[in-house]
Write a protein that binds this ligand. Sequence first.
Ligand code: HEC
Length: 146
Amino acid sequence: MKRIITIISASAIGAGLFAHSGASGVVLDRMNAMMALGSVMKSVQPALKGDVQDFKELKAQAAVMNTALVVLKQSFPEGSDQEPSEASPKIWEDSEGFQGKMTELESAIANFTMAVETEDEESAKTSLQAFAGTCKSCHQEYRVKR
Ligand code: HEC
């Protein structure tokens, strides 16, 4: 049984598996949540380019975002920046700044979720752009390349 679970989670992680070798606990949790955001970014490319029609698909992406957010909000305990993590020590040195970035992510996701629930094309597009903007802005400051 344990082996089956391992295989399932390994295939879910997919291409990210190598980057994850040696990661465990909260570090692995947040890496997986970030990978999920990465897959969302791929799926929402048409919508980002203005094709906001397929609300069924966008609702599915909103669900993934919200699940990832729940994990992320509790997966950066102080000092969890050991290799292979790419978390910068700045996350805890400037925790207010980091929390601010997390809040930007959270409000973009909340706005997008509301927009797809009400099938508001314009708001779905702007909130999605806000969502996409949070990645680089947080990574530049709080993620280091190993
Ligand atoms: C609040 C800050 C923050 C936001 C917002 C953020 N990230 Fe990250 N991201 C990080 C940090 C920190 C790491 C490094 C985590 C680690 O290695 O422990 C990371 C790592 C990643 C990784 C690598 C995961 C791995 O397997 O090592 C991917 C992919 C990623 N982020 C995608 C995204 C995408 C896509 C978005 C936007 C939709 C996003 N992130 C938004 C902080 C953020």
